[in-house]
Design a protein around this ligand. Structure first.
Ligand code: SF4
Length: 510
């Protein structure tokens, strides 16, 4: 062992390694233009934002020629920084400010300047109308390239988690207690100028407490609105929900608890995305506080029309959208709606087979008479209307035979072997528009179109969640999360343009 040590020691004395000198100072020339390659996506983003009309962003700027004060950051730069950051899966203003100090792409965009994180954060949420206009401008560029036709548009929603935990949801009494405490804290806070701690820390604390108070006041306001809405509906219809206390998040009062795709429930927002099937361009983005997608189809069509000046010719949707209202509204708008029939989710024949009903006694064997609203069974008995239920906007009417007649019937073993009551049948009550929709969806052509839905509709959701990392919102409140989703969808469209249309220019030789 001793000999081994000596051997290592003597070997080390013989080799020579390069020394590392961290005490030196260097001055290196930096060619900013060469910081990134000619085909770097940051160049494409700068080129595209340069093509867009960013006038709405400039109207708010206070720094103008002839007036004293620091010049403002160029909105084209701030927009490009955010788009590039989202593309790289980074949605934090602080992180972008940090990256500006050393990352070549951010340094190229800023020209080696460092943008303050407050400026970046304010820019992201401070220009809703200007951001909408930029989104439309980029759609114009994509449309000009032939990537948008509006021949076929898919509509789909995904639940994105809110920046709030399950534990932040409280009843009214708890929210009132928290608000009382926050108000006392605000009262007890001294003048930040006279605090012993640093003024910066004192002001930050004061701001945090005031923001908390504001959020609690907002939560109580939302809770009262929800209570008023519930008592209005409960007055007409007594239900168990009336007994359940309403809870609202003290962190993000506008978030709602929604079922998640992978199971379970979480505070979320429902992000609605409309995608043109030609090249999977996102043509409209919306945000909803409702977990149910059914009410989101008409607003989506309106958003598409606002963004592109015309309605889509065909909308392809999943099973949550073809409600009676939506089918009728799409027929009125002249839009071809493609979606699954409710029967497909719950085939009526399978339960009959399980219950041992012979095929000769399946519903086709029963004749319906519209004038009396009755069915006649193969045994010559009548089935009369019993109950009506709504399922996804479709009305299901149940008809039933008399128990005594079925018990006495020689066909009972084949017709209703397991039921203690008389044999029943379900009839869908269809409006003319629903009947036309049903007939269309039974054709192989419509079914073929519907099969393409998932590939188009779910691609942008997956991309935004996986590439941009938008599985949970960083911001709070409906207005701000809408803007966060809009930035993500804008980035998605810009990346599509880079992939399908952008041709990098050669750099001029030095
Ligand atoms: S079992 Fe009832 S419903 Fe079925 S054929 Fe007989 S009477 Fe009609």
């Amino acid at each position: 062992m001793e000999n081994d040590k000596l051997l290592v020691s003597s070997t080390k004395t013989q080799v020579r390694c390069k020394p590392i000198n961290r005490q030196q100072f260097l001055l290196r020339p930096v060619d900013v233009e060469k910081l990134i390659e000619p085909d770097h996506p940051a160049r494409a983003i700068w080129e595209l934002t340069g093509k867009a009309d960013l006038t709405p962003f400039y109207t708010d700027l206070e720094a103008v020629e002839g007036v004293a004060g620091r010049p403002a950051w160029d909105p084209q730069l701030l927009a490009s920084l955010w788009i590039y950051a989202y593309k790289e899966g980074n949605n934090s203003a602080r992180e972008i400010a940090r990256l500006c100090t050393y990352h070549p792409a951010y340094q190229w965009l800023t020209g080696l300047q460092v943008v303050n994180h407050h400026t970046l954060a304010d820019f992201r949420t401070g220009h809703k109308e200007a951001l909408d206009t930029l989104f439309i401008e980029i759609l114009g560029v994509l449309s000009h390239e032939g990537l948008i036709t509006l021949e076929r548009v898919t509509q789909d929603g995904t639940k994105v988690k809110a920046s709030a935990s399950d534990k932040s949801f409280h009843r009214k009494t708890t929210l009132e207690d928290h608000l009382r405490l926050a108000r006392e804290q605000v009262k007890q806070m001294g003048d930040p100028e006279s605090e012993e701690m640093s003024q910066r820390v004192a002001k930050a604390r004061e701001r945090a407490v005031r923001e908390k108070q504001g959020r609690l006041e907002e939560a109580l306001k939302v809770l009262e609105q929800m209570q008023a809405a519930r008592s209005k509906t409960s007055a007409e219809k007594e239900d168990k929900e009336k007994q359940k206390p309403i809870r609202v998040s003290s962190t993000d009062p506008e978030a709602r608890v929604m079922p998640q795709g992978k199971g379970g429930y979480a505070p979320s927002y429902n992000t609605q995305i409309s995608t043109d099937a030609r090249a999977k361009v996102i043509v409209a983005v919306g945000m909803s506080q409702s977990a149910n997608d059914g009410g989101e189809l008409l607003p989506a069509v309106e958003r598409i029309e606002v963004n592109l000046g015309e309605k889509p010719k065909q909308m392809v949707v999943d099973g949550a959208y073809p409600t009676q209202d939506n089918i009728e509204a799409m027929a009125q708008e002249g839009i071809d709606l493609i979606g699954p029939l409710p029967e497909r989710k719950k085939a009526p024949w399978d339960p009959l087979k399980r219950r041992g009903v012979s095929p000769e006694f399946y519903p086709q064997a029963f004749s319906y008479e519209a004038s009396t609203d009755r069915y006649t069974c193969p045994g010559g008995k009548v089935l009369v209307f019993e109950t009506e239920e709504k399922q996804g906007g479709w009305i299901r009417r149940r008809y039933r035979a008399r128990r005594s007649e079925c018990r006495a019937c020689s066909f009972q073993g084949q017709c209703c072997p397991q039921t203690q009551k008389g044999r029943s049948l379900v009839r869908m009550q269809l409006s003319p528009e629903q009947a036309a929709f049903q007939a269309k969806m039974e054709t192989p052509e419509a079914q073929q179109i519907y099969k393409q839905r998932a590939g188009v509709a779910e691609f942008p959701h997956a991309w935004i969640k996986d590439k941009i990392g938008l599985r949970q919102f960083r911001l709070r409140g409906l207005a701000k999360v809408t803007m966060e989703a809009l930035w993500a969808c804008l980035t998605y469209n810009v990346c599509l343009w880079i992939r399908l249309c952008w041709r990098p220019r050669r750099l001029a030789p030095v």
